[in-house]
Write a protein that binds this ligand. Structure first.
Ligand SMILES: NC(=O)C1=CN([C@@H]2O[C@H](COP(=O)(O)OP(=O)(O)OC[C@H]3O[C@@H](n4cnc5c(N)ncnc54)[C@H](OP(=O)(O)O)[C@@H]3O)[C@@H](O)[C@H]2O)C=CC1
Ligand SMILES: CC(C)(CO)C(=O)C(=O)O
Length: 315
C-alpha cells in the first residue's frame, strides 16, 4: 500500500495497515515529516489504547520518486494500491502528475476525498479500470506530524468510479482481504456515484453551518433557527442532487439528524479548517452543488451563499 498524504485520514489508515503487518509506505509533502515518521513511527491514539507503529515514509518529491533515469524503479505495480488522502485544495496539477507517474505501472488509485470534482480530474490521468472512489465514515484527527487520534469507527466503501467497469478484479479482492486483516470495516459498491452524493448531502449541510456558527455537530440542530436553515439547505441540496441522479434519498433529513447525534462531540472538518485559518473544501462541497445546479439550470442560492460566506471567513 502506498498512501499519499500523511494527514488525519492518511496517518490513521497507514497505522492500522502497518500494525497488521501489511507493507505500507506513506508519501508526505515535506521531507521533515517523512524523516520524523521514519524515526518515530506513527503514534495511534485509540479509545482504550495508544500504540506506536513503525512505518516506511518518503517525501513525494524525493529523488527516489521523481527519477527520470530509471522511471519505474520502486514504483507500485499492478498488485498495489495508491491511496490518495490529501484534501481537495491540495490536488493541483503537480500532484496529479505525481499520481499519474506513480500509477503508471498499473496500480489502482483509491480516492478518499469528500466533495465532488476531483474524480473528473483524476479520470483525465488514470485509466478507468484502475480508478476507484471511496467514502469513509471513520473519524481521524492528526495531533502532530507523527500522532493521530482515531476519533470514531466507521465504514470504508469503495468501488470503480466509472459505471462502465463491472469486473471484480484480483486487486479488489486483495484490498477487501487486506482491510479485513487490518480490522478495517469495508464494503465494495458498484454505485459509488450515488455514495459520493449521499456523503456530499451530509457535508453540504453540517460542514458550512458548523463552521459559520462555530458549534460542534451535535449543537447544530438544537437551536430552532439554525435547524430551519439546516432544513432549507438540505432541501435545496437534495433537490439538486436528485436532479443530478442521486437515488435512495428518502429519509435523508432523518439520517442527517442521526449523524449530528452520532458525531455530536466532533468539530466538523470545515470548522477545524476555518479555526486554523486553512483553506477549506467548500468549493468542492457547496460549490460543487452550485456547479451541478448551474449545469441543470436549477437555482442554488443557499449553496452559493455558503461558498461565499465560508471563503470570506478564511482570508
Ligand atoms: N479526517 C477525517 O476524519 C475524514 C476526512 N475525509 C476526507 O479525506 C481527505 C483528507 O482529509 P484529512 O486527512 O482530514 O486532511 P488533512 O489536512 O489532515 O491531511 C491532508 C494531508 O495531505 C498532505 N498533502 C498536501 N499536499 C500534498 C502533496 N502535494 N503531497 C503529499 N501530501 C500532501 C498534507 O500535508 P501538509 O500537512 O504537510 O500540508 C496533509 O498531511 C479530505 O478530502 C477529507 O474531506 C473523509 C472522511 C473522514
Ligand atoms: C460527517 C462529518 C460532518 C463529521 O464531522 C464530516 O465528514 C466532516 O466533518 O467533514
Amino acid at each position: 500500500m502506498m498512501i499519499v498524504g500523511a494527514g488525519s485520514i492518511g496517518l490513521m489508515y497507514a497505522a492500522r495497515l502497518a500494525r497488521a503487518g501489511i507493507s505500507t509506505t506513506l508519501l508526505t509533502r515535506t521531507t521533515a515529516q517523512a524523516q520524523a515518521l521514519r524515526e518515530q513511527g506513527i503514534t495511534l491514539e485509540e479509545k482504550d489504547i495508544t500504540s506506536r507503529i513503525s512505518i516506511k515514509a518518503a517525501a513525494l518529491d524525493e529523488p527516489f520518486f521523481t527519477s527520470t533515469e530509471s522511471p519505474n524503479e520502486g514504483l507500485p505495480n499492478q498488485q498495489d494500491w495508491i491511496w490518495l488522502t490529501v484534501k481537495q485544495p491540495h490536488l493541483d496539477d503537480k500532484l496529479l502528475h505525481h499520481i499519474a507517474r506513480l500509477a503508471a505501472g498499473g496500480a489502482s488509485v483509491l480516492c478518499l476525498q469528500n466533495g465532488i470534482g476531483h474524480m473528473e480530474r483524476l479520470q483525465a490521468v488514470i485509466p478507468p479500470e484502475n480508478l476507484y472512489a471511496a467514502v469513509s465514515t471513520e473519524g481521524a484527527l492528526r495531533v502532530n506530524e507523527t500522532t493521530v487520534k482515531h476519533t470514531g469507527n466507521g465504514l470504508l466503501t469503495f468501488g470503480y468510479w466509472s459505471s462502465q467497469e463491472k469486473e471484480v478484479k484480483k486487486a479488489q479482492k486483495m484490498l477487501l482481504q487486506t482491510l479485513s486483516l487490518a480490522g478495517i470495516n469495508r464494503e465494495l459498491s458498484n454505485q459509488m456515484g450515488n455514495r459520493v452524493y449521499h456523503k456530499l448531502l451530509i457535508n453540504a449541510v453540517i460542514n458550512p453551518l458548523t463552521a459559520i456558527y462555530g458549534v460542534r455537530n451535535g449543537e447544530l440542530p438544537l437551536n430552532p433557527s439554525r435547524k430551519r436553515l439546516m432544513m432549507a439547505l438540505h432541501a435545496e441540496s437534495e433537490s439538486v442532487l436528485r436532479a443530478a441522479g442521486m437515488q435512495d434519498s428518502e429519509n435523508s433529513w432523518e439520517r442527517l439528524l442521526t449523524i449530528c447525534i452520532q458525531t455530536a462531540g466532533n468539530e466538523s472538518s470545515m470548522l477545524r479548517d476555518v479555526s486554523a485559518g486553512r483553506s477549506t473544501e467548500v468549493e468542492w462541497i457547496n460549490g460543487g452543488i452550485s456547479a451541478l445546479a448551474k449545469r441543470l439550470n436549477k437555482p442554488s442560492p443557499l449553496n452559493d451563499a455558503m461558498t461565499i460566506l465560508i471563503k470570506s471567513l478564511v482570508i
